[in-house]
Design a protein around this ligand. Structure first.
Ligand SMILES: Nc1ncnc2c1ncn2[C@@H]1O[C@H](COP(=O)(O)OP(=O)(O)O)[C@@H](O)[C@H]1O
Ligand SMILES: CC(C)(COP(=O)(O)O)[C@@H](O)C(=O)NCCC(=O)O
Length: 326
């Protein structure tokens, strides 16, 4: 179903008036998008949603109804079409039909709520009978271990392109797309603030693989293969800089009262820091690390996504842009 009165894409942070005229996106208000749910049933309860919410990320059941259900309906149709295409391609190649997972990338700033978005989407997609096996992988598993970051003087560049083992990430995506039966991903711990040596998560034959991280849509000069070569669909979780700066600060203060109280936490030394110093510290980390990374490496990838969800200052999603639906 197509909404009665489509709107042209409004100007973007990077776009000029000229770009606006040639935007590949169709812009939906939340209400227009919600109408595309059709009869997709709500399969999550409030309790289940509570368990999926991230620290300080207040996604509501209304938002699940209005935003996530139409999206799962769209993805369900896309997966069906993708599978038909695979069958046809294998027939062309004269080989037995092979099944590879449908890969969905989720990008956005630090603290924008990618993990919650991905967890809720994964839970909803897994309730569809035609793709019950949904795996979720975060790209932090592909960060270089702290020892290596220290050796390269990159401890203050965590999350920047050079802080990841790009080759390992591409190898993983290639293996996933090749339909490998068992996939293994290194584990990053927010408690240790480091990769856990020798620890891997194992994923077996997912129908859909969600791949979430700030770097998933990045390209690099002179590089011929990039992560997005392996994606079937991509989503960018967007908001304005001021909102995400506040969310980062609020989350830091919340983690301070919870996760940092754990004596084993890397950030335990900040557990009892007074409020004023804590605010100053979190603002510094934002200003010196996460904001420059957002501006230089993350936000410029936004307009490569198939879908952009735009959050307001209260974290709620107010607008959705869909590529190719103009
Ligand atoms: N220092 C920390 N200690 C514990 N959990 C953390 C810490 N920093 C981030 N997290 C959690 O890690 C996840 C990923 O965070 P982040 O990379 O900022 O992306 P996003 O907020 O977009 O999901 C979130 O669930 C967040 O709450
Ligand atoms: C681990 C992260 C780089 C996010 O990684 P991602 O899962 O997006 O690959 C980020 O959460 C982080 O720790 N940044 C370092 C600066 C900071 O402490 O906020």
């Amino acid at each position: 179903m197509i909404p009665a009165s489509p709107k042209p894409a409004s100007s973007s942070a990077q776009g000029s008036a000229g770009d606006e005229a040639i935007s590949p996106y169709r812009v939906f208000t939340r209400a227009d998008w919600a109408a595309l749910r059709a009869h997709t049933p709500l399969t999550l309860s409030d309790d289940e949603l509570e368990r999926l919410r991230g620290v300080g990320d207040p996604v509501s059941l209304d938002e699940v109804r209005d935003v996530y259900l139409p999206l799962t309906r769209l993805l369900n149709l896309q997966v069906a079409a993708y599978r038909q295409l695979q069958v046809l391609r294998d027939a062309f190649l004269g080989r037995p039909s092979q099944r590879a997972p449908y890969l969905v990338a989720i990008a956005g700033s630090v603290a924008v709520g990618k993990s919650t978005f991905a967890r809720v989407l994964a839970a909803l997609l897994a309730r569809w009978v035609d793709h019950p096996r949904v795996a979720l992988v975060a790209t932090d598993g592909f960060l270089l271990p702290n020892k290596e970051l220290e050796a390269r003087n990159l401890m203050h560049r965590k999350g920047f392109p050079e802080s990841y083992d790009q080759k390992a990430m591409l190898r993983f995506l290639a293996a996933a797309k090749a339909g490998d039966a068992t996939l293994s991903v290194p584990v990053y711990s927010h408690v240790d603030y480091d990769i856990l040596p020798g620890k891997f998560d194992t994923i077996e034959r997912p129908d859909v693989l969600l791949f979430e991280g700030l770097n998933v849509l990045q390209t690099a000069p002179g590089v011929s293969v990039m992560a997005s070569d392996f994606f079937d669909f991509s989503i960018y979780v967007d908001t304005d800089e001021a909102s995400v700066a506040d969310w980062f600060l609020e989350r830091f203060l919340l983690l301070q009262r919870t996760a940092f109280q754990n004596p084993d936490a890397y950030f335990h030394r900040f557990a009892d820091m007074d409020r004023e110093k804590s605010i100053a510290f979190a603002r510094d980390v934002w200003r010196d690390i996460n904001l420059p990374n957002l501006r230089d490496n993350i936000a410029p990838t936004r307009d490569r996504a198939d879908l952009i969800v735009r959050k307001q200052a209260d974290h709620s999603i107010s607008e959705i842009r869909l590529r190719g639906a103009v």
